[in-house]
Design a protein around this ligand. Structure first.
Ligand SMILES: *Cc1c(COP(=O)(O)O)cnc(C)c1O
Length: 365
């Protein structure tokens, strides 16, 4: 057994958790990514000691040397997953093992020390247990976990860091969209791409997001909600949104999503919906789909629905797609029935309302 997987977490004393009344007020309408819990998990890595010093401690600002490698060369990766409140007051994690595997793959791509997968899952469990009071009870609410890792070696030379800091923080979140997701309008960027073959598109690293912001700003300027990225080589094949994968629903009852060629982030929601769609008897294809075909199929009615998916918003219907010189509507421009059914199937497993035939849900308490 890898010695690191047997690390035990030291629980440091907390100087003062948020008072109950204040916490309850924050949980009424937490939004997304603004309300943080009382604790954080930290684990350190050095070449000499391996993974060590696993701690659950009071959430607090970090002290960092200004020459820490992450601040200069962006050696950073992250994950995002949710802990859900169950009806009896317990709580559960959803497919944390899949996030652990992806985190390890991201670490390898960014030449970072891979965190043992057991330790990743255990760190998530430790934070949820410490911050159980922060899991919202409201419909659609969850405790969003943000595990991440930064290069902490103090050195300006360009090389993989010899030291890392891994952390997990938690954020109480409400329903991403209250009263169900409205359909969004996508902007197809001609000038910017998200990922190129051989690049970091399949890794969940902060740098990918930094590079996507100018395209997202362009989408907003054009009056759209999100960017839809096409491939870097031909500007023709649909890849994904800035932080969500994409699915297409056809009139013959099949659905399709772009294949994982190395430039697309392998979403766990994407994978889960693929499995659930097959359970529902739908044919699922992972195949390349060209933007001009998408426009033609939307016009002919061959495409009935399209939706984006990811942990934060689960399923987001796509109503309209625009770019330089084109503008088309999908279906009736609103949420579609297949998208809604898939979303409902996934959410009911996550919240413990439906059976869990694939063993995705881990009850913590
Ligand atoms: C995180 C992410 C997704 C969605 O992944 P999930 O595991 O479903 O949350 C999709 N695309 C990008 C670029 C991402 O960073």
């Amino acid at each position: 057994m890898n010695a690191a997987t047997s690390l035990t977490f030291d629980h440091l004393p907390h100087p003062g958790i948020v008072p109950v009344s204040e916490r309850q007020a924050l949980l009424v309408d937490p939004g997304f990514g603004r309300v943080f819990t009382d604790h954080m998990v930290t684990i350190r890595y050095s070449e000499a000691k391996g993974w060590h010093d696993a701690q659950v401690q009071a959430r607090a600002p970090l002290q960092m040397d200004p020459a820490a490698a992450v601040l200069h060369y962006a050696q950073e990766i992250f994950e995002g997953l949710k802990a859900y409140r169950l009806e009896d007051g317990g709580a559960a994690l959803f497919r944390a093992d899949a996030n652990a595997r992806r985190f390890r793959a991201s670490a390898e791509r960014l030449a970072m020390a891979p965190l043992p997968e057991d330790l990743f899952v255990e760190s998530c469990r430790a934070l949820v247990r410490a911050d159980r009071a922060w899991i919202p009870e409201a419909e659609g609410g969850a405790l969003y976990l943000r595990p991440f890792m930064i290069a902490s070696e103090v050195f300006l030379g360009v090389k993989p860091s010899s030291e890392y800091l891994y952390m997990v923080i938690g954020s109480s979140v409400g329903a991403y969209f209250k009263g169900g997701a409205p359909a969004v309008t996508l902007w197809v960027s001609q000038d910017y791409t998200r990922a190129a073959p051989g690049g970091t598109g399949a890794a969940k690293c902060g740098g990918n997001y930094a590079a996507s912001l100018v395209a997202q700003a362009e989408a907003i300027r054009q009056g759209c909600d999100q960017v839809l990225f096409v491939d870097a080589a031909e500007h023709r094949w649909i890849e994904e949104l800035g932080g969500m994968n994409i699915f297409f629903v056809f009139d013959d009852g099949s659905i399709a999503t772009p294949p994982l060629t190395g430039t697309i982030l392998p979403g766990i929601t994407r994978d889960s919906l693929t499995v659930l769609a097959r359970d529902m008897g739908l044919t699922v294809r992972e195949e390349r789909y060209a933007l001009d075909q998408f426009a033609a199929d939307a016009a002919s009615g061959r495409i009935r629905e399209a939706f984006a998916c990811g942990t934060a918003a689960v399923v987001t219907p796509i109503g309209r797609v625009r770019g330089e010189g084109f503008d088309f509507t999908i279906g009736n421009g609103g949420p579609g029935t297949v998208s809604s059914q898939l979303k409902a199937a996934l959410v009911s497993i996550q919240r413990g309302h439906a059976a869990d035939p694939h063993g995705w849900v881990e009850r913590l308490f």
